[in-house]
Structures are given as structure tokens and as C-alpha cells.
Design a protein around this ligand. Structure first.
Ligand SMILES: [Zn+2]
Length: 469
């Protein structure tokens, strides 16, 4: 199939009307995703945060047996709350503790002193099984960490309200569980609340490694950590933008991948980077009064989070964080000093803003889990010199796929600049567009208009490769 680059078709895509090569226009938005977005409640998020703060401290090494104080009481409440959501939605949401003992010798040396003796770490896991047999093995994860700390890392008794870090992200994960468990998705959703983040990503690393060992297909992970503050340390206020951090070169890149990248580029096209672009597009589509600021960096400068644990196990994962942080309200024992209130207190987070972050997470997760898998075996048709660009891919295994779109951008552009719906085909030639100068990708589209993330082509397979001209 050869079609000349069609500026009109591209325009149609940009105004939201995707017209297949034959047949009816595809819907631009899935009404089910719109409905899910509308059900996210800032009031519910506010209540979750206040309840989590009420446990005084959620330090990973704090007491576990007391009623109403410490990390044990906090995780028992999270579990019971998720079980309530499960009952309200007919019991399909499966809630359990993922409990294990971490031995200091198994912790990265630089964090080892933070867990001086073997300690029980408990993640709370709520799983909503996928409803389509051809997609249920595909898993999407949303996560927040429910542990907290105050100024002194090893002080397990001080009050550590952790309203922003990270009751806000835990509230996003829990609120999504509440709303989304009432719906059915093709793929499986996992709503995580993890512990031991402040001690070196212990809970998330355990779950991600377990998923890798079990060969689970974790297609994407969204980490919400510090998503509640709208006023920075200065006077600037912003409640309309969230940062999405994504790694460029995958942390688990192999030597062979490295050699290929050095030959053809691709530093800005890791699966995590495609996931970040997906969140940005999803905001435009479903939460138009809210914006993603993509940051092309694994995390904030020199800092880390639970998504990195997933990256290290080979999974695509990104981090959501508020645009403006206020360091007086993170990892600070509550106190007044020189007329300044320190401490990660609930009055410094905005439930309305967190609800917007949750809406974006919900729309992203729903679009991914209702949508088709990203195209596989995507390759260029010719290795080196060519005036046109032939791309081919394997037919998508899902029965709901309507077709495919080819996307492209300048090598220096952060976002896909062009999208062309090419119909239900498995190859396409872009006349007069060269892979020397552009980055290309392919995505699948289903009958409800849900898009898969983009897959970037690899070089031709040896069998199919044609010698360069
Ligand atoms: Zn955090």
C-alpha cells in the first residue's frame, strides 16, 4: 500500500476526527472514559488524606500493633477501605497484603542504615482483573507510597503527617480503585499503595521484581508521588499543570540495545518516554483544563521514586509530581520557626488539584486498559538510504482493533507532530519522508477511538531487509 502524505488527513486527526480509509469516522473520545473522569471526587480525596494523616506517623519502622497510630494501623485502614470499594462494586476488586521481611543485607548499601534490622514491609494491592481473554494478561499499575517521614530519617516516633508525600499519591491510587472498580476493562488494573519508599524504594522494588520473576506483562506503571501542593516556596501558584518524569535511555539497556541506539538514535524514545507522551495527549483529550509538563529526566534532579523500581525491572513507568514543590512542607517535622510553619500538613495540599491529577491518571489508565496493545514487530522496510519510508508491523492480536495510525516528528521535537490514520493494514509507505530526518512510530486504534501507545520501528529484519540504494 502506498499513499502520498496527506495533509488533509493529518488535519482531521488534529481536530479529533479520525477517518478510517474506508468506513465511518472513529470517535475521538470514549464516552466511558469521560464518565470515569467525571466520577473522581475531590471530597473523597480530601477525606483519604485526612484519615492517613490521622495516624500520626506512617514511618516504615513505626509501630504496627497500635490502634489508630503508626504504619500498621494505616495499612489496615487502606485495606479495609479498598475492601469497602470492592463490596460496592460487586466484589471483582481483589484486595490483599503483599507482605515480606526485608533484611538489611538485601538493601542497596547507601540505604542500608535506614533499615537496621529485618523488618516487615507491607504493600496493599488491589487488583481488578481484565474482562477480555485476549487482554487480561496485560497489566497497568497506578501507585502511591503510604509511608512518611519527618526531618530525621530514623525518628520513628515524631509526627510525620506526609499529606503531600505521599498521602496525595496514595489517595490518587485509592480513588481510582473506588471509581474504576465499577467498570470493566479489557486489561487488568493494579492499584498499589506501597511502603518503604523513603528507605530506598523497598516496597515497589519487591512488587516489581516479583512481577518480573512471574513473567507478568506490566505494560505501564504510573507513580504518583507529591501531587498535592500548588504554591511553591516562592509566591507562584499553579493548579493547572503536573510534571511527568520519564527516563530516556532505559536503565536496563543491554549492550546490544546500546550499540543499536548509537547507530540509529532513540534516546528520546524509550517505552517510558512514549508513556509520558501518552499522558500528555490524554490530558488534551479528557482533562482539557489541565496540562502535562513532560520532563525528559528520570526524576527530579538527583532524586528518585517508585517508578524507577519498575524501570529497573524493565517496565515502562513514569512519575507524576506537582509543578511547584515547597520544601518547607516535605520531610519536615511539624513546627513553627521564625514565624514559618514547617511540616507536610493537610492544609498545604489542594484536594481540587489532586483530583485533577487523579482525573488524568484515570483517563490514562482507562484509555490504556480499554485500548489496544501497542503494535509489535514494527520495523522499517529498508535499512539505509531511501527516499521514502516503508514501515511494517504485525497485525494486532486484539479483535477490537479498527486500524493503525502512523506518527512522526522532527528529531528535536518533544511531541508527535503528525498523525495519519492508515486503516487496517500492516504496512505503509510515507512518500518523500526520510527516516534520516524524522522519528516515526505506529499506534493501534480501536473501534471506540482508544489509542495504544506508540511503538518506534526497529531496523529491518534480516529476511525482509532490502539493500540501501
Ligand atoms: Zn515521596
Amino acid at each position: 500500500m502506498q499513499i502520498r502524505f496527506d495533509a488533509f488527513a493529518v488535519l482531521l486527526v488534529w481536530v479529533g476526527l479520525v477517518i478510517p480509509c474506508s468506513g465511518q469516522p472513529l470517535p475521538a473520545r470514549n464516552p466511558e472514559v469521560e464518565k470515569i473522569v467525571q466520577e473522581i471526587s475531590s471530597q473523597n480525596i480530601k477525606q483519604i488524606i485526612e484519615k492517613l494523616v490521622s495516624f500520626g506517623t506512617r514511618h516504615t519502622l513505626s509501630e504496627t500493633d497500635a490502634e489508630g497510630r503508626g504504619i500498621g494501623a494505616a495499612r489496615r485502614w487502606i485495606k479495609s477501605e479498598l475492601e469497602k470499594y470492592s463490596r460496592e462494586s460487586g466484589g471483582r476488586l481483589k484486595v490483599e497484603f503483599d507482605s515480606f521481611i526485608i533484611d538489611p543485607k538485601d538493601i542497596e548499601p547507601r540505604y542500608r542504615s535506614r533499615v537496621p534490622k529485618p523488618t516487615e514491609i507491607v504493600n496493599v494491592v488491589a487488583t481488578l482483573p481484565g474482562s477480555r481473554p485476549d487482554s487480561a494478561a496485560r497489566i497497568y499499575v497506578v501507585s502511591g507510597h503510604y509511608d512518611s517521614m519527618c526531618t530525621q530519617m530514623m525518628d520513628t516516633k515524631c509526627n510525620a503527617p506526609g499529606a503531600d508525600d505521599d498521602a496525595s499519591g496514595t489517595a490518587v491510587s485509592m480513588e481510582l480503585a473506588r471509581v474504576m472498580s465499577k467498570y470493566q476493562f479489557d486489561a487488568t488494573l493494579v492499584f498499589l499503595s506501597v511502603a518503604g519508599e523513603e528507605q530506598g524504594l523497598i516496597g515497589s522494588t519487591h512488587w516489581a521484581r516479583m512481577a518480573k520473576e512471574k513473567n507478568w506483562n506490566v505494560a505501564a506503571m504510573l507513580n504518583d508521588d507529591i501531587v498535592g501542593n500548588i504554591q511553591g516556596g516562592g509566591e507562584e501558584i499553579n493548579n493547572q499543570v503536573v510534571r511527568v518524569f520519564s527516563e530516556g535511555v532505559p536503565v536496563n539497556e543491554t549492550e546490544a540495545d546500546k550499540r543499536l541506539r548509537e547507530a540509529i538514535g532513540g534516546e528520546e524514545d524509550s517505552p517510558s518516554r512514549q508513556l509520558a507522551r501518552y499522558t500528555e495527549e490524554t490530558a488534551v483529550k479528557y482533562v482539557p483544563d489541565f496540562k502535562v509538563m513532560m520532563v525528559f529526566r528520570r526524576d527530579r534532579y538527583g532524586r528518585g521514586g517508585d517508578h524507577t523500581a519498575f524501570n529497573e525491572s524493565g517496565f515502562a513507568a513514569v512519575r507524576f509530581s506537582e509543578l511547584h514543590e515547597d520544601f518547607r512542607h516535605q520531610h519536615q517535622t511539624p513546627r513553627t520557626e521564625g514565624g514559618v510553619q514547617y511540616g507536610d500538613l493537610p492544609e498545604f495540599v489542594s484536594p481540587g488539584y489532586i483530583a485533577q491529577v487523579a482525573r488524568l491518571n484515570a483517563a490514562t489508565l482507562a484509555s490504556l486498559a480499554l485500548g489496544p496493545v501497542a503494535p509489535e514487530n514494527v520495523r522499517f522496510g529498508s535499512a539505509r538510504q531511501a527516499y521514502d519510508t516503508l514501515i511494517h508491523w504485525s497485525a494486532n492480536p486484539g479483535s477490537n482493533v479498527a486500524g493503525y495510525a502512523v506518527v512522526w516528528r522532527d528529531t528535536t521535537a518533544p511531541d508527535w507532530q503528525h498523525e495519519l490514520y492508515v486503516g487496517n493494514v500492516t504496512e505503509f509507505t510515507l512518500k518523500g519522508l526520510s527516516k534520516d530526518n524524522l522519528i516515526f512510530g505506529v499506534r493501534a486504534v480501536d473501534k471506540e477511538g482508544d489509542l495504544s501507545p506508540v511503538t518506534v520501528p526497529r531496523p529491518p529484519s534480516p529476511q525482509r531487509g532490502t539493500p540501501g540504494r
